[in-house]
Design a protein around this ligand. Structure first.
Ligand code: ADP
Length: 229
């Protein structure tokens, strides 16, 4: 069966961490619009140049741009058995675009909403570090690397993302509140399978086991909202 999973949640809710852990157990690719956009910026190509200022300000890139990016990515051979979307959709227009794409292909998706307390989020985001080489995420408080400042996997010096600085964090959270949070109601209204999981006070591993069991049982659940543990 096609494993189409949408990880939804505020910046700092742990979507990226869960998605990268999940791709090992689901064997489907992790598609992060944020990572794809950052990769274009790193390469310095035309798209990267166009989106750099928007991303550094913590505001959202235009729907048409991300819709196209995702559609192209979903057409790749490795996404044919399924995929984990992380950071998409983030606006109503994107959600409509995705639903149209899925329904047009008869693909059912599960939306997993990672629910996290606002204060926890701010603390997490300001402590976040990322390996510039492999993208692995760490947190100075909750998930430090074995050697301070260095990636466990490749020894690269960890970096603070440009948009993980205080004023930009606030802007990203404001964008989430105004543009993305209303999608929960939208998914519910549209009868999509939506699961809420409390992601505030759990280790990534404990959260992963909850997310995995939700995904396993989720396909047989009736459409609409379910609140998980
Ligand atoms: P986070 O979810 O922690 O904010 P991401 O890496 O998902 O981090 O996104 C970083 C930035 O990339 C966003 O602030 C936004 O500028 C841009 N971006 C990512 N996904 C989208 C999207 N679906 N629509 C518009 N902009 C996006």
């Amino acid at each position: 069966m096609m494993q189409a999973v949408v990880l939804f949640g505020s910046p700092g809710s742990g979507k990226g961490t869960q998605a990268s852990l999940l791709k090992n157990c689901l064997k489907v690719p992790h598609i992060s619009t944020g990572d794809m956009l950052r990769e274009h910026i790193r390469k310095g190509n035309a798209l990267g140049v166009r989106v750099a200022a928007t991303m550094h300000a913590g505001t959202l890139v235009r729907d048409e741009v991300v819709d196209q990016l995702v559609e192209e990515r979903l057409a790749e051979p490795d996404a044919q058995a399924g995929f984990i979307l992380d950071g998409y959709p983030r606006t109503r227009a994107q959600a409509e675009h995705l639903i149209g794409w899925l329904d047009g292909r008869g693909i059912r998706e599960l939306v997993i909403h990672l629910v996290v307390d606002y204060n926890v989020i701010v603390t997490r985001l300001s402590g976040r570090r990322q390996c510039p080489l492999c993208g692995t995420l760490y947190n100075v408080v909750s998930n430090p690397p074995r050697v301070e400042g260095l990636c466990d996997l490749d020894g690269q010096a960890l970096a603070v993302r440009d948009d993980d600085r205080e004023p930009v964090i606030r802007q990203r959270l404001a964008e989430y509140e105004s543009q993305s949070r209303p999608l929960i109601e939208f998914f519910r209204e549209k009868g999509r399978r939506l699961f809420e999981i409390d992601a505030s006070n759990r280790t990534p591993e404990a959260l992963l086991s909850q997310v995995c069991s939700t995904i396993k049982s989720g396909w047989d659940r009736p459409p609409g909202l379910s609140v998980e543990g």
